[in-house]
Write a protein that binds this ligand. Structure first.
Ligand SMILES: [Ca+2]
Length: 610
């Protein structure tokens, strides 16, 4: 019934991939430490360790990573305890915050402490895949700075996004909540991906708490650089949701448009537009040239320097988009990659991240700055190879709830706190960045709502693995769930036959019979089950009649049942479209004399293809 896959040998996926991965880790294990690591946080009493002891530890850490295997989480899991609002969570959070604070040698602000909580930098890529980094086995090995970042920090091979598309993923990251809760989904069609194109009427609801909004309470200054994508109408502006500064765009850099049927996307500095893509910020589709990554780099560098000079803790959300089609790179990077234009974009980003990390080092704040690198969704295989990346050994890509759609490259970097060369088998999610960010700031998550993100600090600092499920949503439907190493598909769908026949393929070259279906197939009664440790490519469903299947489903069913029973969906924000709400006359257009006249208001149901 599963296309002949059930009951096959668990020897499954690309035979060459795993050895490459292991070699990648080995190559990046530091042979000797460059720095003398300190045993406590930047504000506590410090005990210096000798380079020799650190070297031994790093080498043994690398060895452990190699031996344990990068893809297979250990069997050891603590019991997953469902978070629920109320006293229990509050007490647990307080205890954790106190514990973490003591551990790092700083205390929450407002508690009479004079020390500063750590700065927070999230480096969020757009459509970059798990397989795009050298450290994850990309054969061209063109990400030396990211690979170095991983060698100095902690790699998360089991890290996920909350949705296989930009807007809901970003809404989830900043709210710590699944898009079905925070409203970033549609009910116009079953299991349809939706986002925020120019004609979208909705956006991030005022009722949602965003990370920067909460970080302000701990004295943070917050900046977003790059793509916002949580709505472009005035009430959704990032500076109304906790950010103090913004340089970037509200939507994707699609275009050029004629400014008649559709305006070009504006670029904002803080409250006002300063120009538009293709007009003031050129992107050359023919050559692929655009200097936007350099501009975004400068914004990050200037912000970090300014905050350091002011001695204020900062949150930098660097949400750049060069790897989202149309991909681009500046002149000095064009033509330099073995991977074509997409690789040029990756190389420029890698170089920029190297510069940001070096700046933190040069300013002497690397030990007081928590940096996390990840991506908003899987590589867009539909645009690959020229304009899209790689999802490594995983099935399909962006838009789908197979591993290639939601598994993300992820690295945590915090010298002095995270031992070098570590690999965490924690199942992580972009929503955890919300909770972890709050924890770093000594703040509690809101207790009046369900928060899906967990605090990653115990995993990052203490090497713990917290058992928790990963839910894979597509629009209003929970398509799949991961519990431990098992993933159960309750629904399968790649895209429609109609689209597929027109050449739109989210799983090019990866047809798995009965799995990558072109009609929406429900498996609620007998979910398609995969063991991602043995079969990360989701090619061989476990036989329904097997004991393994029964045992796994006995674990999975109650988790899904509880999730569905307690779920309170938010008001869907991505249902209504209207050409009158496009970026015709953004704030600041008067000064520039660049206001365009909106057409008549015609609200309608948005149509989402897949
Ligand atoms: Ca994206």
């Amino acid at each position: 019934m599963f296309g002949g896959g059930g009951g096959k040998s668990p020897v499954t996926w690309s035979p060459s991939y795993f050895p490459v991965l292991s070699r990648a880790r080995l190559a990046h294990c530091p042979a000797s430490p460059r720095l003398v690591r300190k045993s406590r946080g930047p504000h506590g009493v410090r005990r210096r360790e000798s380079p020799v002891s650190l070297s031994r530890r790093s080498s043994s850490s690398c060895l452990r990573s190699r031996l344990s295997g990068i893809l297979s989480p250990p069997a050891r899991y603590t019991r997953w305890t469902r978070r629920s609002p109320g006293v229990g969570v509050t007490m647990a959070t307080v205890a954790l915050v106190l514990g973490v604070s003591l551990l790092f040698g700083w205390a929450p602000l407002g508690a009479g402490a004079t020390s500063q909580p750590p700065n927070i930098v999230f480096l969020l890529m757009d459509d970059m895949g798990w397989g795009d980094l050298g450290v994850f086995g990309e054969p061209s090995r063109e990400t030396p700075h990211l690979d170095q970042m991983a060698a100095e920090g902690m790699l998360f091979p089991n890290f996920y996004t909350a949705n296989p598309l930009c807007s809901p993923s970003r809404a989830a990251l900043l709210t710590g909540r699944l898009p079905i809760r925070n409203g970033f989904y549609t009910t116009n069609g079953h299991a349809r991906n939706a986002y925020t194109p120019q004609e979208i009427v909705g956006g991030i609801p005022d009722s949602e708490f965003l990370l920067p909004e909460l970080l302000k309470k701990a004295g943070y200054v917050n900046k977003i650089v790059g793509k916002w994508h949580l709505g472009h109408r005035p009430q959704f502006h990032p500076l109304k949701h906790g950010f103090d500064e913004w340089f970037g765009s509200p939507n994707c850099h699609f275009g050029p448009y004629d400014n008649k049927a559709m305006p070009n996307i504006p670029v904002y500095r803080n409250w006002e537009m300063v120009g538009r893509f293709y007009e003031d910020f050129p992107i050359n589709h023919k050559t692929g040239e655009a200097n936007l990554t350099q501009i975004y780099l400068k914004e990050a560098v200037d912000f970090i320097k300014k905050q350091q000079a002011h001695q204020q803790p900062f949150f930098l959300y660097w949400a750049i988009d060069a790897t989202h089609a149309p991909v681009y790179a500046s002149k000095s990077f064009l033509g330099t990659s073995q991977r074509g234009r997409y690789g040029d974009a990756v190389r420029e980003i890698d170089d920029s991240i190297g510069k940001i990390l070096k700046l933190l080092q040069d300013l002497g704040i690397k030990e007081n700055t928590f940096v996390f690198f990840t991506s908003d969704n899987g590589a867009a295989l539909i645009s690959a190879p020229k304009e899209g990346g790689s999802n490594g050994p995983f099935l399909c890509g962006k838009q789908t709830t197979f591993e290639g759609g939601l598994r993300e490259p992820a690295i945590a970097w915090w010298p002095g706190h995270i031992p070098a060369g570590q690999v965490s088998h924690q199942l992580g999610n972009v929503m955890d960045l919300f909770t972890t960010g709050l924890s770093l700031a000594g703040l509690k998550p809101p207790s009046d709502r369900e928060i899906d993100g967990i605090d990653l600090l115990p995993a990052i600092v203490q090497g713990k693995v917290i058992d928790r499920p990963i839910f894979y949503y597509r629009g209003n439907e929970m398509m799949a769930v991961r519990v431990g190493q098992y993933k159960a598909h309750y629904w399968t769908w790649s895209n429609s036959w109609e689209e597929f026949s027109q050449g739109i393929d989210f799983c090019p070259g990866q047809n798995v019979s009965g799995v990558t279906t072109h009609s929406q197939e429900e498996h609620t009664n007998l979910p398609l089950l995969f063991h991602l440790g043995r079969d990360p490519g989701e090619r061989f469903p476990i036989r329904v009649s097997s004991l393994e299947y029964k045992d796994a489903l006995l674990r999975i069913f109650p988790i899904v049942e509880e999730h569905k029973r307690t779920l309170i969906p938010g008001e869907p924000q991505l249902n209504v479209c209207n050409p009158a709400v496009m970026n015709w006359a953004p704030p600041g257009c008067e000064k520039l004399r660049r206001c365009l006249t909106p057409p008549e208001s015609k609200p309608k149901k948005c149509f989402w293809l897949h």
